[in-house]
Design a protein around this ligand. Structure first.
Ligand SMILES: Cc1cc2nc3c(=O)[nH]c(=O)nc-3n(C[C@H](O)[C@H](O)[C@H](O)COP(=O)(O)OP(=O)(O)OC[C@H]3O[C@@H](n4cnc5c(N)ncnc54)[C@H](O)[C@@H]3O)c2cc1C
Ligand code: SF4
Length: 519
């Protein structure tokens, strides 16, 4: 290849990542810091500690995905990138679908790239719940700044908003509800609305193309298709990890993995880290490992406009409103692949067909709820590594959500909708006037009348000041162990109210610097 060709050829961000095809029957290695999970929580720790001169290994169960691997079809993406495909759900007083990625980059690969710093009062709530001290906006702001600079976080520009996002702003402006362009970790976004199935334009700065390559440039070794299973301990100290090589997509188990390490950081996500701890029989003197699962449930109202708005054009989620955040509600514009939206459309036969044919006039707006009264747990199933997930949607949070849906309905009408689909059991499937839409507020709404989904999950290894009230301290270290840390959303002390990725990464940055100072 000529020098000119080399300059023209984009660098492979995954060059040097070890893959399934590279392995024999066994992997044996040792390092100073072993990080499990390459999502937002783990990738930051790996990069920061590698740059601080530590010998780092990063283990990831999923494979790497490149731009060319993505297809804008939900079934294809969900089967390949999601654990349990599209069928993972929490059971409780309703079935709540929830997703976790299995891929280099974790959830950052398929999320909407929303980056939102939580306000200070979120941390007051954390302190009230678990007595945690020293975690607040002032102490986290330098970490937010470092992460935002690394990821190029900036507000969604007008050029890529598209009509769907613009209509949300029109509705909010008409009602005097504050709203703003969403800040996202993207560079050169083309507004293709495909974030959920993976960015084919190389615009999204998911951790597999940002933090992981930076970690490798600083010397970290990255093994994909490796499932960490058991932390090996000697008294209060971990000495390493045992796991398995797993084949991408089939999850078939192959060889064994032995990594000796001086320090272990678990960042497998708040559904998986508790399983590793429980199966290893460690860190649970409080009884909180896997307990206190918190979700942000989300519900959407779909607006139909009279004229085509080509909703597939524009950033996946370009505008949001923080007006009701302190009450526990965040309002957003949403976009999903056609087949996901089609599953939400009501009716049969011709009426269903009519909705499908109106697709070019459709805009979904969603509300997510802090759900501070609702909780659940994750625990291992008898066999395998998929968690048993339980979560109950408390009636006080359902009532709050109902308020949010009422506001979304108002925004739809103020934006010029000619009809809305509220998506709630017990009220008409299609509502054609603002007056009739008052039924969204007046109906006796129960948890199982909703079709909520929850992709923001936290608190299953929550931080606390008192070792009896949580699993880790304010720097992510397990109370029961000297050298085992958790760096994923499991360590949140309560719901953050805003999209969790940026907070998870700021905490990870702080955890990494704490480890660098200590070890
Ligand atoms: C569809 C969707 C859209 C979202 N949109 C946004 C958004 O726009 N903004 C936002 O802030 N949040 C968003 N979220 C939530 C956000 O993506 C997650 O909160 C975030 O990814 C959590 O990071 P994490 O590091 O805790 O876990 P994860 O991202 O789940 O990363 C954990 C990693 O560990 C790996 N792993 C698990 N078990 C093992 C094991 N045993 N051995 C080795 N590796 C293992 C997993 O494969 C995964 O890669 C969204 C989530 C989804 C599903
Ligand atoms: S909207 Fe499209 S171009 Fe922009 S980050 Fe998402 S997938 Fe990439």
């Amino acid at each position: 290849m000529s020098k000119l060709d080399m300059l023209r050829t984009p660098r492979d961000p995954h060059a040097g990542v070890k893959r399934f095809a590279d392995y024999g029957d066994e992997i044996r290695d040792r390092c100073e810091v072993l990080v499990v999970g390459s999502g937002p929580g783990g990738a930051v720790v790996a990069k920061e500690l590698a740059e601080a001169g530590r010998d780092v290994i990063l283990l990831e169960e999923g494979p790497p995905f490149g731009e060319k691997d993505f297809k804008p079809e939900a079934g294809h993406a969900m089967q390949r990138v999601l654990r349990e495909g599209p069928s993972r759900a929490a059971r409780g007083n309703l079935i709540t679908p929830t997703m976790q990625a299995i891929a280099l980059g974790g959830g950052s690969l398929i999320n909407s790239a929303i980056c939102c710093r939580p306000p200070d009062w979120v941390f007051d709530k954390w302190a009230e719940r678990t007595g945690i001290e020293g975690v607040d906006r002032a102490s986290l702001d330098p970490h937010f700044e470092r992460v935002e600079a690394q990821l190029g976080v900036s507000p969604t520009p007008d050029e890529v908003q598209g009509e769907r996002n613009r209509r949300f702003k029109v509705g909010c402006d008409a009602l005097g509800i504050s709203c703003e362009p969403i800040w996202r970790n993207v560079r050169g976004c083309r507004g293709s609305g495909e974030c959920f199935t993976g960015c084919r334009n190389g615009a999204k700065k998911s951790t597999d193309v940002s933090y992981v390559p930076a970690a490798m440039r600083a010397g970290a070794r990255v093994y994909t298709s490796v499932r960490a299973e058991h932390v090996i301990t000697d008294g209060r100290r971990a000495t390493g990890m045992r796991g398995r090589i797993v084949e991408p997509f089939t999850n078939a188990e192959h060889g064994t993995v032995h990594i000796d390490a001086d320090c272990v950081v678990l960042a497998a996500g708040c559904m998986a880290t508790p399983l590793i701890l429980l199966r290893s029989g460690i860190a649970n003197s409080s009884g909180y490992v896997g307990q206190d699962l918190r979700f942000h449930p989300g519900l959407a109202v779909m607006a139909f406009f009279e004229e085509p708005i080509d909703p597939w054009k524009g950033a996946t989620q370009g505008y949001h409103s923080l007006e009701y955040l302190e009450e526990g509600l965040k309002l957003e514009v949403l976009w999903s692949p056609p087949s996901v939206l089609a599953a939400r459309l009501p009716g049969f036969g011709h009426s269903y067909q009519e909705h499908l044919l109106s697709y070019e006039r459709l805009a979904p707006f969603d509300v997510i709820c802090a759900a501070d009264h609702s909780s659940g747990y994750v625990k291992p199933k008898r066999k395998g590594w998929d968690p048993d997930i339980h979560w109950n949607f408390d009636q006080r949070d359902v009532d709050l959500m109902q308020k949010g849906l009422g506001i979304l309905s108002d925004i739809c009408w103020a934006a010029g909708a000619e009809a809305i689909l509220p998506g709630l059991h017990g009220i008409p499937e299609v509502i054609r006037s603002k007056e009739a839409a008052e039924s969204i507020r007046t109906t006796d709404l129960r948890a199982n009348h909703t079709i909520s989904a929850a992709n923001h999950a936290f608190c299953t290894t929550r931080m606390s000041k008192d070792p009896k009230r949580g699993v880790v301290d304010s720097h992510g270290r397990c109370h029961d162990l000297d050298n085992v840390y958790v760096s994923d959303t499991g360590n949140f002390a309560a719901s953050p109210g805003v999209n969790p990725m940026l907070l998870c990464m700021a905490l990870a940055d702080r955890i990494a610097h704490g480890i660098a100072d200590r070890w």
